[in-house]
Write a protein that binds this ligand. Structure first.
Ligand code: XMP
Length: 329
């Protein structure tokens, strides 16, 4: 549409002015926002952009492979993949507090980008100055992220989105955030305008801190495996039921510190509950719980409790936002 193409033109111009002849890094998460931000910046500065995908070990099943294949195929962008699972999980060890988790994840992302920057500069022959600098960091920050994180004032209104309130204070990158004034539906239109495929543009939101903020309690490898398996089943069944476009997203949350008694197979179990949190929303600022068909909920519940050891109960979150936020942390 006219307005969408004028947003693109305006942002391309602004990015060129800001970055000039220098180089930029863009953190790709696999989500819509970072994909659209990357495509916009690529349109503006072409090969001066390198995307960095950080596998923090908090991704869902299949996510890393999808970024490696789909996004590169769609855009031809230069991609650097960093396996940083040990680093993130090490930094998160022993931490249960949600804001602390978010700040740690935000900080570690930046530290990984700094390391990637140093490597890229070295690969470019160690030259510093205009051509080799990678002084800019592109982020797919949206308007709601800014508002809910307190507008970057350092105090979160609601929660510190990892790429706003969760950034470290000694940040050396200059940020490029071409989506900072946009809502999700506008971002999707911009993505479409830029020619990104449906699978990317229509993806449901997934938070940058990933499954790390969907484990209530400490994040461990074992817990991540349990949650990843339950989440994959829920997504598979929702897709099979044709509900992907109807719901905004459906976080699956592992209540890792809660146990309840169950009976599975031939005996007593003492396992963990997972929560299904399907919501419908326009912009994530407010949301309503989705009235999913009972038979779909039933299938998800049966499969998760049959197939995922350690989960013996599936519960449904029927809270709107407000008062509940979409994610549990
Ligand atoms: P809440 O939980 O605040 O979530 O109602 C609103 C929307 O934002 C996503 N979300 C995040 N996305 N970094 C992100 O990139 C974050 O730190 C973050 N926290 C929440 C959430 O999935 C929902 O779509």
């Amino acid at each position: 549409s006219w307005t969408t193409s004028s947003i693109v033109d305006e942002q391309v111009e602004a990015i060129r002015t800001q970055v000039g002849s220098k180089r930029a890094l863009c953190g790709l998460s696999g989500g819509v926002d970072s994909a659209v931000a990357a495509a916009l910046v690529q349109k503006a500065i072409g090969s001066q952009l390198t995307c960095v995908y950080v596998d923090h070990g908090l991704m869902r099943q299949g996510e890393t492979e999808q970024v490696e294949k789909d996004f590169v195929a769609a855009t031809g962008v230069q991609l650097k993949v960093v396996d940083a699972a040990d680093r993130f999980l090490g930094a998160l060890a022993g931490v249960s507090d949600p804001e602390q988790k978010r700040k740690i994840i935000g900080r570690e992302f930046i530290r990984v980008f700094e390391q990637a920057q140093a490597e890229l500069v070295a690969e470019a022959g160690g030259q510093s100055g205009a051509a080799g600098e990678y002084a800019f960091l592109v982020q797919g920050t949206l308007y709601p992220d800014v508002v809910e994180s307190g507008g970057g004032t350092g105090t979160a209104n609601i929660k510190s989105h990892h790429n706003v309130g969760g950034l470290p204070e000694d940040l050396e990158f200059e940020l490029v955030e071409p989506l900072r004034k946009l809502f999700k539906d506008e971002v999707r239109m911009v993505g479409q305008e830029l020619g990104l495929p449906e699978e990317i543009v229509q993806r449901q939101p997934f938070p940058g801190p990933g499954l790390g903020i969907r484990i209530v309690g400490e994040v461990t490898r074992e817990r991540l495996d349990v949650l990843r398996a339950a989440d994959a089943i829920a997504r598979e069944e929702l897709t099979a039921a044709g509900l992907d476009r109807e719901i905004w997203q459906c976080p699956v949350v592992l209540l890792a510190d809660v146990r309840s008694v169950g009976v599975q197979g031939d005996g007593r179990t003492y396992g963990h509950p997972v929560v299904l949190r399907p919501v419908s929303s326009e912009d994530a600022m407010t949301a309503d719980w989705s009235r999913l068909p009972y038979d779909v909920l039933g299938r998800i519940s049966t499969r998760i409790t049959n197939e995922v050891r350690d989960v013996n109960r599936v519960v449904l979150d029927v809270t709107s936002k407000p008062p509940g936020t979409i994610e549990w942390e």
